[in-house]
Ligand binder design. Structure first.
Ligand code: FES
Ligand code: FES
Length: 153
């Protein structure tokens, strides 16, 4: 066991864990940030997507020791002062979620896409989001939400 100081959602957090502990379990079990979900544990579904220095990464295959002082952002850290992002607002307005299980990962991935490409095409969206699976097949609404958010931001 080692003590790590992490930057999570703008706060310095200390965690005592093995250095190969996946970020997903650090977030959920050590920091009680349970918005990030476990799906496959093998980088195949996207349910565990968070941002590391603004880039979308799979937290299930990201070891704690790889983070250093990089900035980790989870779904709990997107809203600022209780105000949802434009994308989150649109997501709610369009009722994108069905069961909701995959949705934190979808929003984190879509947020990273819009940061990189403020006006993405359908092809951009399909490419960026193709690794985020949704068993409820909300893909059409996800695409619509990304386009709508791109138009208002
Ligand atoms: S739980 Fe990480 S990609 Fe599926
Ligand atoms: S909303 Fe149910 S898995 Fe995506």
């Amino acid at each position: 066991m080692k003590t790590f100081t992490m930057n999570v959602n703008g706060q310095a957090r200390q965690v005592e864990a093995e250095e190969d502990t996946p970020l997903l379990w650090v977030l959920r079990d050590h920091l009680d940030l349970v918005g990030t979900k476990f799906g496959c544990g093998m980088s195949l579904c996207g349910a565990c997507t968070v941002h590391v220095n603004s880039e979308a990464v799979r937290s299930c295959v990201t070891p704690l020791s790889s983070l250093g002082d990089k900035k980790v952002t989870t779904i709990e850290g997107l809203a600022k002062d209780g105000k949802l992002t434009a994308l989150q607002e649109v997501w709610c307005d369009l009722d994108v979620a069905q069961c909701g299980y995959c949705q934190a990962g979808q929003i984190m991935c879509a947020t990273a896409l819009l940061r990189e490409k403020p006006k993405p095409t359908d092809e951009d969206i399909d490419l960026a989001m193709s690794g985020n699976l949704c068993r409820c097949a909300t893909y059409t609404r996800i695409r619509q939400a990304i386009h709508t958010a791109a138009a208002v931001q």
